[in-house]
Ligand binder design. Sequence first.
Ligand code: NCD
Length: 316
Amino acid sequence: MRHLLSIDDLEPSELTDLLDLAASFATIQEREVPKVPALRGKTVVLAFFEDSTRTRTSFDLAARRLSADVVNFAAGSSSLTKGESLRDTVETISAMGVDGIVVRHASSGAPHQITQWTDAAVVNAGDGWHQHPTQALLDAFTIRCRLGSLEGRRIALCGDIAHSRVARSNAQAFAALGADVTLVAPRTLLPPSLEGWPVQVSHDLDDVVGELDVAYFLRIQNERIDDALFPTVREYRRRYGLTVERAARLKPDALIMHPGPMNRGVEIDPEVADDPRAVVRDQVAAGVPVRMAVLYQLLGPGQFDDLTSETRTGGR
Ligand code: NCD
């Protein structure tokens, strides 16, 4: 693996290897000094051309916990505002000698384009409607920690599928790991074609809610929607939101998930977001070890097999 642009880039066995590696990095977090020297001397640039709280912070922490040097490039305060092109910007960053570039961009395909302009490894931290592979990995990690495995699990991705990069990556990753994935959305919030999506589709949340092992809710991506695609927020919540009444119909051991940022009272009721079955905080926490695993795999000394406990743990 030279870059991580899409879940498609990974074989199911590579997905599992990354999750296993993340599990071993998770133990580092419990230490007094949660840091290992694995990427000492490497430089990672976080190039976020679109806003982010969770993803950016956890990539930053992940790189630092592996002892990499981290440079935060904020598009808003860069020469992009003076009209410099993405290509010039990337070439400028690369010329300073960086090993990894973590990119978030509003345009689908931007991280792929960037691989043409740099020798650094590129990690897609979310591009337009297209992909968000590390989100899928951290969600799979969270499910694995809670339920043991994704094999045979019934998972619904509910909400604005059409504009969601999380839905694309998660459907692929969950299906590759053996889950049975259903998209639940009104027709207007589904992509025009579902060719190649390893999923079933339902337009009625009440039909499926009682059978789910994982109920995964997505935000309406208002920043990517121009037209009215559903009557009112109230109507949307009534039909597709995880209301208190609907949550009562979920299995007692089902997981409630959301990638954040949550719009409480739209796709998820405020009380439900704090339900003991909601694992939103676990998802956020999983972001750090999962992104450590990705950075290590791309920038570290070699393949998993070469990992000695010395490299992984710094000798402790
Ligand atoms: C998502 C994103 O930005 O793609 N959030 C995230 O990375 N945790 C989902 C969203 O914005 O709704």
